[in-house]
Design a protein around this ligand. Sequence first.
Ligand code: ATP
Length: 467
Amino acid sequence: MKRDNKDNSMDKIISLCKRRGFIFPSSEIYGGLSNSWDFGPLGTEMKNNIKNRWWKKFVHDRSDIIGMDSSIIINPKVWQASGHTDGFSDPLVECRKCHTRFRADHLIGEEAWQKIEDKSPQEKKEEIKRISPQCPSCQEKDSFTEPKKFNLMLKTFLGPVEDKTDPVFLRPETAQGIFINFKNILDSSRRSIPFGIAQIGKAFRNEITPGNYIFRTREFEQMEIEYFIPQPEKDEDWQRYFQEWKREMINWIEDLGISYSDEIKELDVPSKDLAHYSKKTIDFEYEFPFGTKELYGLAYRTDFDLKNHEEKSKENMKYRDSKTEKEYWPHVIEPTFGVERSLLAALVSAYKEEKVKDETRIVMKFPSWLAPIKVAFLPLVKNKKEIKEKSIEIYNSFKEKLPADYDDSGAIGRRYRRQDEIGTPFCVTIDFETIDNNKVTVRERDTMKQESVDVDILHEYLKERIN
Ligand code: ATP
């Protein structure tokens, strides 16, 4: 990977995102809330671009996938059936001196953790003592309690009386909302296997060690597909679909402006580390400035979920093949994508510093579909009434066609830099020529090449180049 300024690129991106209105620390006027972030005007545009593109690619453009939107709070029995109540936990240790809590695997490193994961609590404690990590908060050594399982689901209560014996949970994934509606969707949409159900929505996890900006937060959005396939008779039957989904995910990653060969590492999750429902998982890891970490996952969930929901709910969750009359629980391939991690990886990949003459220009080289603003209108001479009026007239006529910006403050070079910094693919300058012969100058962000274009064909011109 050829990323420049790797060590401090994260600080630069965080500062740019705050300064230009992509991402703000949440509740800042009250001192913030740790690891919570709010998305500003540009960050919101980008998140919407990601979700809309994903929905178009995987739902609208395909005839075998349909969408849905389930509740965030659902019957807690769902989480028992899915295994989250008992199994959705991380190992937690506490520093005896400052009482800060950490994930044991993060503290001693995942490799070291994997070696002791299945050992007794005493053996784990001894190994952690042997490694003797320093507390990241108070720097004390040898101060950790033995690791305990900590459930990541966020608990809350429904109704006016807080009944601690009957909590509900904010969903830790969107997938279960799909499984519990499998029959409703099947009956109402009359689909036949193979087909998929897609959902985009919030998920919540009480992460022990959130951090790395928007990489690991307690509230985030997922885009998930549960793709239902026939009951496999041999491994190749599900592997075929798995490979197809792998290719789809690679296409999506490339579409985000990420180089698959340079920036992504595929991790074939070893069987002892697989989630309880999975027979095979690939993590697509991205080379973030703070380390190579999971961007997306692709899992073969077998028939685990539908089978368990049938067992626990006593409702028939099987699919009936109309040709063979056979009834079975379909198996599931699950590609899962985090919205914030998509945005973060896209920001990191797009961030470039280039020398132009004696200056450094910061430019976000987003693919044009992802850029929050597609075109900016810049009057070349701002104190000439007719040029300003013409500029505003053109800008107003474009606003409803494309996300557009208008800027008449400061020297033209500075205005170009401002647009480069937020990744605007095209800047259009308006000058006396526009008044005389209806021509504007279009400047392309990456090459900085300029071209004269007639206002009458400007929309077509931009449409052709924004994809
Ligand atoms: P990790 O190993 O990083 O904790 P995970 O394996 O638990 O992630 P999944 O359960 O597979 O993650 O969740 C699906 C996707 O949701 C992830 O690939 C990621 O893009 C996103 N995601 C998961 N947890 C978080 C989080 N705390 N903050 C932001 N995005 C997340």
